[in-house]
Design a protein around this ligand. Structure first.
Ligand SMILES: CC(=O)SCCNC(=O)CCNC(=O)[C@H](O)C(C)(C)COP(=O)(O)OP(=O)(O)OC[C@H]1O[C@@H](n2cnc3c(N)ncnc32)[C@H](O)[C@@H]1OP(=O)(O)O
Length: 421
């Protein structure tokens, strides 16, 4: 079988899509009606691959797209731009390593381009999958474990943080999905790297968290909202777990997200490290330049794990570059290697001036050659192109060209990690 034997189109059979999902992800079967299981990925954004000799009860492969707003560098803060959130990618175990994923990713890139969206983003289950298909790691994230009562020292933010009120909320509270989304939209304009889903994405969180398999033996997900003058300015999602050691409480608090500008994050984290009966708190989605590192000092975390966060793929280079702002000026001709998107492979003159950027076709000699994944990696200012050159994964034909490009793309702060989608 070759990739051309794989037919990819809209998935029209919900049961078949879910049966494929179950065999790929080997989770406890869901108990919700199909429409609820599939909530969060619009019906016209669910796709499936078919191959000639497959089991008719499942698809050979499935994928979905969540329409997202991606916060990209924009002046002092961020601009929110449309982005295709690739998710739910899976190939039936009987069909793996036959090119089904390759066919689906090619379809996704073409489909995204056709729909006029310039950027695709994803979180990768395994790091080896997406680089060869043009996605590059655009941000890194850390999960940081803290002990109960860890002191967060931030003298310059104490007053602002103290003026915020934090209040708990639950999944059953009316309007919770709307509140989460509104709050994230408010925060994202200051945090390049964040993504914000449509309302259906937040409704799906509520639907899925109410399912028995999500809460078995566990506290249901709870939220902590930070409010200024009655307006939500940030939130954290978390769950506590009982643990007793020799009659003493040693509970674990698992945080799923902390969303807010620095003073809001400070107020939320101070609450999270001070819940009764807890001994430790695990905070995910801590970015490279997250203020938490300054607040806790170099050795206060009991454990730190790092992973790749958002992977970006540019699918329309001349449309993508003007969407963000740039701190430096450059004029560099790049040869872009992108076999899966021939409309943007080849030579481009990238010019940034006065904060604005563009890419135009040119026949001039290339100053540098790049896989398209390198541009996705650098797009949020999160991955250093000069470091990639030194590592030997890019090539330069005019000395200094990559440095010039990087000084235009770089940002003051590393991107904020994007929450899972
Ligand atoms: C955004 C998201 O949804 S992330 C979730 C991704 N899904 C999963 O992890 C679910 C479990 N895994 C799977 O369903 C499948 O193994 C997939 C989707 C990862 C890969 O699907 P396949 O159809 O087997 O991939 P395909 O045959 O097109 O492989 C393309 C190439 O990538 C390589 N590759 C694919 N997956 C992996 C992997 N997990 N690790 C290393 N290499 C991989 C293949 O070896 C192949 O290389 P080659 O062209 O040099 O031979």
């Amino acid at each position: 079988m070759t990739t051309s034997d794989v037919r990819v189109d809209r998935a029209t059979d919900d049961e078949r899509y879910l049966a494929t999902d179950e065999v790929v992800w080997f989770d406890e079967p869901g108990s919700l009606p199909a429409a609820d299981e599939l909530a969060g990925v619009p019906a016209d954004q669910r796709f499936a691959a078919e191959v000639p000799d497959a089991d008719p009860a499942t698809y050979a492969g499935i994928y979905g797209v969540r329409p997202l707003q991606l916060a990209v560098p924009g002046g002092e803060g961020a601009r929110l731009v449309p982005c295709a959130g690739l998710t739910w990618v899976g190939v039936h175990p009987d069909q793996r390593r036959r090119g089904v994923l390759t066919a689906m990713l090619r379809h996704h890139v073409e489909q995204t381009h056709r729909e006029g969206v310039a950027i695709s983003a994803l979180h990768a289950s395994e790091a080896a999958i997406y680089g060869r298909h043009g996605w590059g790691v655009a941000s890194l994230t850390f999960a940081v474990s803290l002990g109960r009562g860890t002191e967060l020292k931030a003298p310059g933010l104490d007053e602002e943080a103290a003026a915020l009120r934090t209040r708990m909320a639950g999944l059953a509270d009316p309007g919770i999905a709307e509140r989460l989304r509104e709050c994230e939209l408010r925060v994202a304009v200051g945090e390049p790297g964040m993504v914000v889903g449509e309302l259906g994405f937040f409704e799906a969180i509520v639907i899925h968290q109410r399912e028995p398999r999500a809460t078995r033996d566990k506290e249901p997900m709870r939220f902590l909202f930070a409010q200024r003058d009655g307006v939500d300015v940030g939130h954290a999602a978390f769950r506590r777990e009982h643990k007793w050691e020799q009659g003493r409480p040693g509970g674990k608090l698992e945080v799923f997200a902390v969303v807010g500008a620095p003073a809001t994050r400070l107020a939320l984290l101070r609450r999270l490290v001070d819940f009764d009966l807890m001994a430790s708190v695990k905070v995910p989605e801590v970015g490279v330049d997250d203020p938490l590192w300054q607040w806790i000092g170099p050795r206060s975390a009991s454990d730190v794990e790092t992973t790749d966060n958002l992977w970006l793929r540019i699918v329309d280079l001349p449309a993508a570059l003007p969407l963000r702002s740039y701190v430096g000026d450059c004029d560099v001709v790049v040869e872009v290697d992108d076999p899966a998107a021939p409309w943007q492979a080849g030579r481009w003159r990238i010019v940034t001036r006065g904060g604005e950027g563009s890419a135009t076709r040119t026949d001039a000699d290339a100053d540098a050659s790049l896989p398209v994944a390198a541009l996705g990696s650098a797009y949020l200012g999160g991955t250093n192109l000069v470091a990639m050159l030194r590592a030997g994964v890019l090539s330069e034909h005019r000395p200094g060209a990559i440095g010039e490009l990087w000084r235009a793309f770089r940002t003051d702060l590393a991107p904020t990690p994007a929450s899972g989608f």
